[in-house]
Design a binder for this molecule. Structure first.
Ligand SMILES: Cc1cc2nc3c(=O)[nH]c(=O)nc-3n(C[C@H](O)[C@H](O)[C@H](O)COP(=O)(O)OP(=O)(O)OC[C@H]3O[C@@H](n4cnc5c(N)ncnc54)[C@H](O)[C@@H]3O)c2cc1C
Length: 325
């Protein structure tokens, strides 16, 4: 449900490959991923920190790292993949260039609350205010407030009070958490936006290490999965000799950028906390209110189970946006 002040617009996103939209906590998801990786034949080493890359003749040929409490060891590899997040050691070491960078546009504070009246994702937008309720596992709701980056300093001066005040666009949630203690501490974050060249001699990047966007829509994990699939195919094609590795990795970058370019721009626009209440979007919302099937498809564009280009290219949506402009 998205409420921008006119009326709450609800839609049920169609499942993606039979899977409905879910928002598990990382404590649950990461464990499942580790189990799946092991089951697929990967050697998993938890508590192992990569300290540096091994380089020979301008090419990455492995890593040096250390098991917690253990001694340092080196591991050689034909390709080292940095799936090591925003502060990627791999990206920093090889000095991977970024492009289309946009400094953090918004900041978010969030925590978890038990037994809130939130059954499905709820979003509230008001002038420079953003509230998001995400039901997750164990009867917990992640309740997020977002504000423009310019407000960060004043907000941080009194996080708890400002968090509660910032829930004003969702009065029922503001009331539900008033005078209560959250299950966990408040966490604040502001994320830069960038594309990074995701490959070079002996190395590749995936996930936030290669492409990072403001988390407003919570697409980062889905994007990381999609890119991991593209990258795995490219490396496989390269190492199996089907395509020269460099060419296959070039194709990976092109496919990633093709998939995300429009979305990246749209995401930055909304993270500036603008554009959601100007024509033709209010008109589209009004049309969708009377068309539950299309409203479901619209929700699918947010959950990534419906292609955004297909949705916005459909004659129904084009008419709704054009006729009422
Ligand atoms: C507030 C917030 C809310 C978000 N909400 C959502 C959401 O609802 N849905 C969604 O899809 N996305 C969401 N995202 C985005 C999402 O978290 C990221 O896009 C996603 O986690 C990227 O995955 P990753 O594997 O690339 O990086 P990460 O999840 O950051 O994982 C990187 C891993 O590498 C490890 N690592 C780093 N350096 C080393 C090293 N030197 N040696 C060994 N290991 C190392 C780290 O410990 C970590 O385990 C959110 C982001 C933020 C900030």
């Amino acid at each position: 449900m998205v409420d921008v002040g006119d009326f709450p617009l609800s839609g049920r996103a169609p499942p993606a490959d039979g899977v409905p939209m879910v928002a598990p906590r990382r404590t649950v998801l990461d464990e499942l991923l580790v189990e799946a990786a092991e089951a697929a034949g990967a050697e998993v080493r938890e508590g192992f920190a990569v300290r540096s890359l091994l380089e020979e003749d301008g090419r990455v040929v492995g890593i040096e790292g250390q098991q917690k409490g253990g001694t340092r060891e080196t591991i050689r590899a034909r390709v080292v993949v940095g799936a090591d997040g925003k502060n990627s050691l791999v990206a920093r070491t090889v000095d991977a260039p970024t492009y289309d960078d946009v400094a953090p546009l918004a900041f978010y504070y969030y925590t978890y609350w038990r037994d809130l009246p939130v059954d499905a994702l709820e979003t509230y937008w008001r002038h420079q205010r953003f509230v998001l309720g995400i039901p997750t596992n164990d009867d917990l709701t992640c309740l997020v407030v977002g504000r423009p980056i310019a407000d960060l300093r004043s907000f941080s001066a009194d996080v708890e009070r400002n968090y509660h005040d910032s829930l004003a666009p969702a009065p029922h949630l503001q009331d539900a958490v008033r005078d209560r203690q959250p299950v966990e501490r408040f966490v604040g974050t502001a994320v830069p936006n960038y594309f990074r060249r995701p490959y070079g001699p002996g190395w590749a990047l995936v996930g936030d290490a290669g492409l990072c966007m403001d988390p407003l829509f919570g697409h980062g994990i889905s994007d990381a999965f999609c890119d991991a699939e593209l990258l795995a195919d490219a490396i496989d094609a390269g190492l199996e000799g089907e395509t020269p590795l460099q060419e296959a990795l070039q194709g990976y970058e092109a496919a990633r950028n093709d998939r995300k370019a429009d979305d990246y721009e749209h995401n930055c626009k909304l993270a500036r906390m603008e554009g959601w209440d100007t024509p033709p979007f209010p008109q589209l919302r009004a049309a969708l209110r009377d068309n539950p099937d299309e409203a479901d498809r619209w929700a699918g564009t947010i959950a990534l189970s419906v292609d955004r280009d297909d949705f916005y290219a459909s004659s129904y949506v084009r008419e709704a946006m054009a006729v009422q402009e």
